[in-house]
Design a protein around this ligand. Structure first.
Ligand SMILES: Nc1ncnc2c1ncn2[C@@H]1O[C@H](COP(=O)(O)OP(=O)(O)O)[C@@H](O)[C@H]1O
Ligand SMILES: [Mg+2]
Length: 142
């Protein structure tokens, strides 16, 4: 699949969503739990849709035996000092947006646990789009 751009209208915003899998080789077979891994990715996407201003980008790549998926948005982002803490269960940052959007602060804790079960990691960073970047990394090839 090459760059796919879709426009989604959600809560009065028009969001451009890009999914880029062109860095993955064709006919790629990846080790993953078919229920848990999509669940982890869905949690990141749900957050991205919540916080993005206009753009979301999903990029997948293979580096050696490692599979890496970035979920980027152009929203308010996450302060550097909170980027580890937000993966703790029941942690929600105290910003206007967070309080109005429900949730129990479990999505990222679950995502990280799922990646740990795959021998991998889930991390947060600054996005080149200006908001938050979440990255799932695991050894998907033997
Ligand atoms: N894409 C994002 N942009 C900005 N902040 C985020 C993003 N994703 C998560 N967060 C922050 O991390 C907190 C924890 O996220 P999560 O574990 O998914 O719980 P919940 O979505 O239930 O609040 C959120 O409440 C929010 O403060
Ligand atoms: Mg969430």
């Amino acid at each position: 699949m090459t760059d796919e751009v879709d426009s989604v209208r959600l809560l009065g915003r028009k969001l451009d969503v890009t999914v880029n899998t062109e860095k993955l080789p064709e006919n790629l077979f990846v080790d993953l739990d078919r229920k848990a891994m999509p669940y982890a990715l869905r949690n990141l996407l749900r957050n991205a849709f919540k916080y993005a201003a206009t753009r979301i980008s999903v990029d997948a790549e293979q580096v050696g035996e490692t599979i890496r998926i970035h979920v980027d948005d152009d929203g308010i982002g996450i302060p550097p000092e909170e980027r580890e803490h937000i993966f703790s269960a029941f942690t929600r940052l105290d910003r206007s947006r967070d309080r109005s959007t429900g949730g129990y602060g479990l999505g990222l804790a679950i995502a990280r646990r799922v990646l740990e079960l795959h021998g991998g990691t889930a991390t947060a960073d600054a996005s080149p789009l200006g908001g938050a970047r979440f990255t799932l990394t695991w050894k998907g090839r033997q």
